[in-house]
Ligand binder design. Sequence first.
Ligand code: TH1
Length: 739
Amino acid sequence: MGRSLSNSVINLGIRDQYADALKELGFEYEVLAEQEGDAALGNGGLARLSACQMDSLATMDYPAWGYGLRYQYGLFRQVILDGYQHEHPDYWLNFGNPWEIERVHVTYPVKFYGTVEDENFNGGKRKVWLPGEMVEAVAYDNPIPGHGTRNTITLRLWAAKPSDQIDMESYNTGDYINAVVNRQRAETISSVLYPDDRSYQGKELRLKQQYFFVSASLQDIIRRFKDSHSNFDDFPEKVALQLNDTHPSLAIAEVMRVLVDEEHLDWKRAWGIVCKIFSFTTHTVLPEGLEKVPVDLLESLLPRHLQIIYDINFDYIEELKKKIGLDYDRLSRMSIVEDGAVKSIRMANLAIVCSHTVNGVSRVHSELLKTRVFKDFYELWPHKFDYKTNGVTQRRWIVVSNPSLSALISKWLGTEAWIRDVDLLAGLQEQAANVDLHEEWRMVRKLNKMRLAEYIEAMSGIKVSVSAMFDVQIKRIHEYKRQLLNILGIIHRYDCIKNMEKSDRTKVVPRVCIIGGKAAPGYEIAKKIIKLCNAVAEKINNDPDVGDLLKLVFIPDYNVSVAELVIPGADLSQHISTAGHEASGTGNMKFLMNGCLLLATEDGSTVEIIEEIGEDNMFLFGAKMHEVPALRVKGPALKVPLQFASVVRMVRDGYFGFQDYFESLCDKLEGGNDFYLLGYDFQSYLEAQAAADKAFVDQEKWTRMSILSTAGSGRFSSDRTIEEYAEKTWGIEPCKCPF
Ligand code: TH1
């Protein structure tokens, strides 16, 4: 979520009164707002997408709830020491959290482990789960106020507390110490966010978190429904559940369990309900990125759920045989259960089978789902699949983070209505050549760059010139996102400056390269990329031959509030994943809204950005999505440019020090190991960079492109995304607050 104060006062429309009142008390609003720490309860784009969507749901008056976990430790704080990433705990609740309301009476028991037994019931048998452990889920409500409406919705986060019923056995047998220790253990369930951005390790605690979240949320939803209904007939009419990736997909088995075991509906009727309430958003491109839960783990933690999943799978496979015949390869690919060395449950298959709609997060992502990742399912149920291109909220990403641009836009459009109706931004198009607008636009951009330059100096001691081009890449560190390509490009630029006649240096367009992002603690290669960035920065920034022509800054501890500062100050931003790897990407949209030009590959949502603003207004390069598989097959036979070999050699030969440490990084780029095609794309990357330099020199052209970027960003508002979900998937209408 990031910070709440600035967002809340703006959405409530009380920003100025609030600042005046603070002044009377002797405080500066801006200074105070900066004191707030981030709520960092997610890893990256996946969770931030939900945060943007909550803002849109509230603003557009939709009746919606968000659910999540109230981790005591959010995503680790990244500390850079000698250029290496260290992870420090983010104990964000240290000084209390004024934005949450503890609902002491909204608590639910959540059960784990134990056995399943048969019980006589109505002349037949039924299953009874006898759990072995119980914890209590306590609700903490985080209000999400909409903009320009009285509607405020709730993000309900669950914290785990020991249950009073826990381990009575130990108390009774006098094992007092163990009983207390066990009580404490309950709290660990919601204690820490897993920092791995899409790698599944089959850890028990992670599965426990997932079920804890799912069970508490469903009890809450069902309790609310039952308050005004005496049976489940209207449940699908009143409830729509959106699975945000597979992480909550245990909810499917849980709804079946509650309806069948606790509410005593027959299986068929329960199944009919399940099939109408769930829809599934998948954010993944790679089949190996799909979550699989080892059967052994599930059996011990949630024995009844495993049975239910087996039963769902049995019925489904029987149906499938009728449709596709005895094609065993295909049947086994499509099964929810994977037989293999480690028998496991394919959570995506479970989600697809049980959801009425499956959507990707950009158009090309959806194409990949249909033609590769979930091809078998698409052929069976083409009607289930669609896409909803991600979006971001202009409230946080323009109004809150870039107040001067926001004021400028309102002035030139003659209205503030774009804050709720973002398509109005397109009105800037007709002014894109207006010299007066150009002047004001440049002034705003310069102020934002000054703010960023001050931050950089305060944080790293590096002085940067605001007349240089600020070139930014901020996102999680991943090989596929290719921060390494960026760094190698910077080394090449450095090498060119070093080897050039002194007199030619005046022709170089000065650059400040800014990179930021966290690496998963166990992701060695990503950590080496951070170290390389810092080692290269050390060399370049201290080289008197280079001076202001090139600076490299690694911004530590990238998070939402750092993004709010950096994005408005960026001239150019990089979204350079190997084509076919980024499901959508949402950073590109935030930069676009702020009038930053994009240097990008044709991947994820960038493809749709190109359609909106035109390829002339951005710098594109690289292999296309459909070319990538064939290029990979060629492997070692692929020609790579000499410049590429030579920059890799510089790293290998220890030009930036730490020769041994960087060896494995270099190995990944040479000898047919260059899976992400850095070598293949290097030449066109450098050409795109040169085109950006050329455009930057022509400030009039650059400013026009910048205005057109903001003007074309309307489609990438989460308001549009949410409207699509509301209309096409959930079938809901705005529900205006009556008072
Ligand atoms: C991201 C995708 O990588 C990104 O392209 C997309 O814009 C974003 O989701 C929102 O749709 C993902 N993050 C994760 C994190 C985990 C597992 C899968 C994904 S996909 C833990």
